[in-house]
Design a protein around this ligand. Structure first.
Ligand code: FAD
Length: 387
């Protein structure tokens, strides 16, 4: 038996570490290059007593209650419905677009017939992709869908993914829903929660196990060697390598770099206790930025907090060597990048003992609930391997 090495302490790495340590009774070495655990979910109380998520805001939402029960083993959660406003044409409009936003955007008088048509056309449906509105045979419905696309989604998508604005077409609306009611919840997932004391507590408790040893501030790539068909870590044979970082980096960019979007995340402290009219404001029309979040508004207990912090996200291309934008946040999945990714997968498969897990290693945008469920499924595979 050789070493079991787990690279990364986001949900993917931390869950696999805990399960291997606890259920298989095996010792695992967890390697993390950042000075803290939790990956992009890391949060901490700042000097003003405000719980700040350092890599942008994260909200837990799922239709599967076992995800909530799983996390509750490690920290206390509380129900929290995420609410957003969009800043459009100089005023705040409800997001998701719903019957209230119809009134706001076309005016109450004109909305009367449009609302009646929407109710009839989409009777019994909770949320409808905006693309269905755009493609609808009724002119009034279709014009409203097109208005949403032009005002709220074309520029936003271009900023988010770095794509030329003229190349953004209506198909981006395929998965963007409108609520066919006055429902204000941003997502219509059944279970929406946040941890009472922040996400970091979950990771601390998950990694707190006698079979887990953790090394922070360590770039695993500098210690991993590939020799013929074996993987070693600091010269010692590795029985199992669970890798949750960028796969192209692990394999020395042999076939070229995979594209990722990154974020420039800017913080602004205010002595006021409340700054924004909602916890998140989306800025589809503004230059550069996509959204701002006021962390104090999502805290379970803000009695100790003084003032407020607003965090604003500016998307940009990932560049490993840049001062800003050196964290890969979002894989950019295209036919070309997916093909490149598969070359790395085939290369990794040659060694027979590398398990790729998570958003970066699998080059897929996973929400945290999917990421958690997937890590638990991967563990079942790993258990078979470890015997
Ligand atoms: C801005 C943003 C907002 C999001 N908001 C939501 C949300 O509201 N709701 C939701 O459900 N999901 C959200 N997500 C998705 C969620 O963050 C992910 O599903 C989840 O964090 C992925 O976990 P992971 O373990 O796969 O990856 P990560 O959290 O990225 O963990 C990978 C870890 O590996 C480490 N690592 C990488 N390379 C090395 C190396 N060479 N050596 C050592 N360590 C290494 C990294 O430092 C990192 O800690 C959001 C994502 C982003 C980017």
């Amino acid at each position: 038996m050789g070493k079991i090495i787990i690279v990364g302490t986001g949900f993917s790495g931390s869950i696999l570490a805990r399960k291997i340590a606890e259920d298989c009774g095996r010792k695992v070495e967890v390697i993390e290059k950042r000075p803290h655990i939790g990956g992009n979910m890391y949060d901490e109380y700042d000097e003003h007593g405000i719980l700040v998520q350092r890599y942008g805001p994260h909200f837990l939402n799922t239709n599967k209650y076992f995800i909530i029960e799983f996390l509750e083993q490690y920290a206390e959660l509380f129900p929290h419905d995420t609410k957003l406003l969009s800043f459009l044409d100089g005023r705040y409009v409800r997001l998701p677009f719903n019957f209230e936003s119809v009134q706001q955007l076309v005016g109450p008088k004109k909305s009367e017939s449009l609302l009646a048509k929407l109710r009839k056309a989409f009777y019994g449906r909770d949320r409808v992709p905006i693309l269905e509105l755009v493609d609808h045979e009724d002119k009034e419905i279709s014009e409203f869908g097109t208005l949403l696309f032009e005002k709220a989604f074309r520029t936003y998508t271009s900023k988010m993914w770095g794509t030329d604005i003229n190349k953004i077409d209506k198909y981006v609306l395929e998965r963007v829903p409108m609520a066919m009611s006055y429902d204000e919840r941003y997502l219509n997932k059944d279970f929406q929660y946040l941890p009472k004391k922040g996400f970091s507590e979950i990771f601390q408790n998950m990694l707190d196990h006698p079979n887990i040893s953790l090394r922070l501030n360590t770039d695993a790539i500098e210690h991993i060697q590939f020799e013929e068909n074996t993987v070693t870590y600091d010269g010692e044979k590795v029985e199992l390598l669970v890798f949750t970082g960028p796969i192209d980096e692990l394999l020395g960019y042999k076939y070229g770099s995979l594209p990722y979007r990154s974020l420039d995340i800017r913080y602004e402290y205010s002595e006021k206790n409340s700054v924004l009219p909602a916890e998140i404001i989306s800025f589809p029309q503004a230059e550069g930025k996509t959204r701002s979040t006021e962390y104090r508004k999502i805290m379970y207990d803000d009695k100790e907090a003084v003032g407020s912090v607003v965090v604003t996200e500016y998307p940009l291309w990932y560049d490993k060597n840049a001062v800003v934008g050196n964290i890969p946040y979002y894989p950019v999945n295209t036919a070309e990048s997916n093909e490149l990714y598969m070359k790395y997968v085939h290369e990794a498969e040659r060694y027979g003992n590398i398990v790729l897990c998570g958003r970066l290693a699998e080059y897929r945008y996973y929400n945290m609930d999917v990421c958690i469920e997937h890590a638990l499924e991967k563990f079942e595979e790993v258990k078979q391997r470890l015997g």
